[in-house]
Design a protein. Sequence first.
Lengths: 353, 353, 353, 353
Amino acid sequence: MKRIGVLTSGGDAPGMNAAIRAVVRAGLSRGISTIGFKRGFNGVLMRSSSNQDDFTVLTSREVSGTVHRGGTFLMTARCLDFLEKENQIKAVENMRSLGVEGLVCIGGNGTFHGAASLKELGFPVIGVPGTIDNDMGYTDYCIGFDTAIDTAIENIDRIRDTCGSHERASLVTVMGRDCGEIAFHTGIASGAEIVMVPEIPWSIEEVAEKVKWAAMNGKNTMIMIFAEGAGSSLTSDVDAICEGNESLSGISGKYLTSSGIARIIEVLSGQEVRATVLGYTQRGGSPSAKDRVIASRLGAYAVDLLAQEISGVAVGLKGEDLIYVPVEEAMNSKIDPAAVSEMASLIGTLAGI
Amino acid sequence: MKRIGVLTSGGDAPGMNAAIRAVVRAGLSRGISTIGFKRGFNGVLMRSSSNQDDFTVLTSREVSGTVHRGGTFLMTARCLDFLEKENQIKAVENMRSLGVEGLVCIGGNGTFHGAASLKELGFPVIGVPGTIDNDMGYTDYCIGFDTAIDTAIENIDRIRDTCGSHERASLVTVMGRDCGEIAFHTGIASGAEIVMVPEIPWSIEEVAEKVKWAAMNGKNTMIMIFAEGAGSSLTSDVDAICEGNESLSGISGKYLTSSGIARIIEVLSGQEVRATVLGYTQRGGSPSAKDRVIASRLGAYAVDLLAQEISGVAVGLKGEDLIYVPVEEAMNSKIDPAAVSEMASLIGTLAGI
Amino acid sequence: MKRIGVLTSGGDAPGMNAAIRAVVRAGLSRGISTIGFKRGFNGVLMRSSSNQDDFTVLTSREVSGTVHRGGTFLMTARCLDFLEKENQIKAVENMRSLGVEGLVCIGGNGTFHGAASLKELGFPVIGVPGTIDNDMGYTDYCIGFDTAIDTAIENIDRIRDTCGSHERASLVTVMGRDCGEIAFHTGIASGAEIVMVPEIPWSIEEVAEKVKWAAMNGKNTMIMIFAEGAGSSLTSDVDAICEGNESLSGISGKYLTSSGIARIIEVLSGQEVRATVLGYTQRGGSPSAKDRVIASRLGAYAVDLLAQEISGVAVGLKGEDLIYVPVEEAMNSKIDPAAVSEMASLIGTLAGI
Amino acid sequence: MKRIGVLTSGGDAPGMNAAIRAVVRAGLSRGISTIGFKRGFNGVLMRSSSNQDDFTVLTSREVSGTVHRGGTFLMTARCLDFLEKENQIKAVENMRSLGVEGLVCIGGNGTFHGAASLKELGFPVIGVPGTIDNDMGYTDYCIGFDTAIDTAIENIDRIRDTCGSHERASLVTVMGRDCGEIAFHTGIASGAEIVMVPEIPWSIEEVAEKVKWAAMNGKNTMIMIFAEGAGSSLTSDVDAICEGNESLSGISGKYLTSSGIARIIEVLSGQEVRATVLGYTQRGGSPSAKDRVIASRLGAYAVDLLAQEISGVAVGLKGEDLIYVPVEEAMNSKIDPAAVSEMASLIGTLAGI
């Protein structure tokens, strides 16, 4: 193997640059050069007016000073066109014409789908898990998760300061799509009293009851963590709650926002509640040590496998050990429900309500 | 003078604890003991069932380990009842019955109004400027501002990472009420291309035009800072813009949110735009060195003045010098328009569009 | 079980407070009250003039607001007296007289020795691994390690900025006693070119050669990580190197400091080298999300085991799973040499020299 | 004016990149192009084998994404050769041959000397104050100071955590050369009990006495800040103290280090004392908001002045106002002794010993 490619695709995650750097340098240490494709699979399709916009040869010096940078310097984007077979075939042709003999794809589930389609065409690929959501069950860890929760708790520590000064409760929305991992870890780490996640049914009435009860027992500040996908597991009839209650006019179950939920909790509990949406701050930032180390290990391992002619797999971590599984198996692999239960139970135990 | 009081009122600001600590220790160094009133002027009204809920004698040891804590350990709250004369008279009586001979009031404009009403009744007060908005013209600086902008830029640096990866523009809403100070400083410090503030008229069309033009010139990431009060200086006819444009349906000029503005800019410019509201994260957090130092200086200075029988004033900074002015003069003092112009012009110069 | 005890002993580690909090709250959720002993095993010996100086009953409210605090609010200290049997017997008597039926001991190897001696006397103990050194082989992780490396890389990122400006190399000393874990993780995460650890023999001449070679190849900034115990694996004859070299006068192999090593590298390589000792900054600070989560899980798990009448064990993590092993087995368990080799090899691969 | 130059010289300081960026963009907004000289005055002497190593034309895009970076991307170095007249003449010739009509010199006192020598030759120069030491009296502020003290207190907050756990005192050495500004601000901001600076005579015996006394009064943790130049104002006879005291053998007044001082305090006071040297961490790191804003303002102002044909001056801040003074006057201007006294007195007041 003389030349490989690397790309980042889907949502970006802190640590992606460290993974790219590791691919490039692990390649060079084996005499393999690396081409970086830009904007995920778009770069492989090579449709820009100038090739330089699509890919670049990555030297050792070009990845200097990247290990601690957030985002991905190869940029990333979704690529709907890549769902079509003819484009996948074109991609393989493009790579072969550049002498690229294997491709390292860093990203989440969508990225692994793209990689799997290249594998079907007989092209050697390796998937590297990079998504702050940490929502892939085949691996203990996805690059970016640690930084995302560190950023979240740093901001929630701040919110707690001002909530404590004003004796308010706070509803903080965190990322995670269909997965409660960010919410659970953020919740435990920030000492949150309540966590709402898509995996576990919950009702606004019950949350409000807890807030009320905690306030009566002298707890004048509470943190509630709301996973962005937690609306899907809400069992309350919001419209029925709001109907006839003037202070809740304008809130509807159909277009329920986290600030609507905060307002309902406020009215039902009689405690002041403020809503904050952490948003895109969780995706960026200099990666934590953990993310840099794991990204470096996974990136180097991907090249090791390609050099050993092992491909069509996604790499990951089980405990401290590097592992790999077929990329189709990695796709859509779910978080262990037992882990979800342990987390949910721990939140309840530690809340001290 | 044997005993003084201290309170924090209105919105909290990082550094308030450092100011309280300085009042207490500067007092002790002169043989003056300090009572901390809780929840702003509410504590002075002493209406809780237990006195302990209203005030506490602050020893040197009780303010140990507070200089670096966010929020205010005396808690804070607005106190509408304090607008009534009879309550102000009651407050003076309460303080006299405790032997309190002077009161240090840490907060913003509303707090200074409360202090002024006590002054009118002949009670010695000192106002200490503590508000992240930095919106008081009589002083160069209000406690909390530096930490608030540091927090904002730390989060915006993160947002820029992910915007850069995805080649998106970002609209970031910062605090500041009627004042653009936070927005200007945040904008310059984060290298923002555009800043929207209440002091300067602006139109969405013009902003969108700049975004479009910058993208055409190869700038694929832009940061726009939106001061929370900037809606007031918007000159565009939002309803006219949105009318007949299906992708803008549901957005109205009457209930315009920052995400509505982001969406309009996106549609008009053809560039992806994401909105983030930094919210309460800006109010909390461990104070910056600057906030700790200035809070310490101002708190100690307030006690110096009381000990010299100077009162009825608000303390502040001009350059490196401690100053004081009559508290009524400090109230509602406005930011120098020349400074606003300099900042606005600097943003334009540095944008590099 | 109605009452248990908890203590922190040995060097402190970020996350110890989160572990104490979890013990207390997990206890309360099962109707068990917790006594916190102060200053490690000293508190159990109860020799202070006032009992309050030795222990305190920990309520749910008393552990509020501790999850994000660095250090340990129970304080910690070594206790040489606890090596004597008669004192261990006294400790058991003291605990029984307070109704304490089990003891959770949070700390490193020395702490586990103390716990093992109580086990020998038939007293139920649980060891919880808390040491920034992460030097215990029976568990994948010890509380405090993640924060320590995050702090180290944050400071090394700063050092790299100034080294880059001045085109200097930097030798940074990190903690870790006899173990290279902190140095390896810090090295990979900070993009260090060279890591010196106690587990692997190394020579100054070779390091200087690499620095020289890298500079000749256009690398004008280098980070070298020096584990505090790495002097033990140095193979060079320092006195021979320094002899007759005037610029190295005063440096001796017997009292070799990291700044002495930096100076020798500088002279041998002809490149400017600056030395920094990160020191105690690595022990403190608000714990990272990972440390807070793992400390919470381990603390709650310790109580679960005691409630199930399982004791005499140390808890830990294997992958994502909570585990326990006999406390004597946990003591002195070594890091897997294969992991050490992987790390050392990865540093070489990623250095890009 | 069609073209100017910019350089950074002497020790680097966070915010220098923001100043360079402001120079470039303020230039472009007036139709002036900017050449960046590398490694301070060395770049102007143009002695490298390749011109690219000496200078580069800075476009708007090249300064993109630099406002938040630590260090200086133009690099910096001292340049002893520049003390010689013939080299200064050569520098002017070099600049003129490139069409450079004015030079912005960012740095401290040494840099201003270089600038003054060009002024003497009739070449238009502007000095911009950039040094973490904040040791120039003509301006209220030098770029980099705020970040340096923020970094220092962040690390001291960590040290305090571990000192508190172990009930130790801590002696922390900070930068500042002959100036106590960093030490004073760091001391007040970190709640330090004692600050040792070059401006004020002090004795180890007195410090030890305070430590002893504070411990007797229940203060079990103390932070002492030691300015790196404070040895010069030490009045104690160290050799006399150490003589005959076995636990102080090896410590001499001639080669006194901060850890020697810590050890003496420990022995004299009977309290455990640990020493930490913050070192180069204080020079690097992403600049604080304040440093970015002031650097941007000063950089743009320097260009404004050149465009108005005002030169031979150093720019600075008085309060919120931009000012300039002749560069010779700026050189060696001293900190106001009254400010030093206020700081020293405030430390004593706030210590709460």
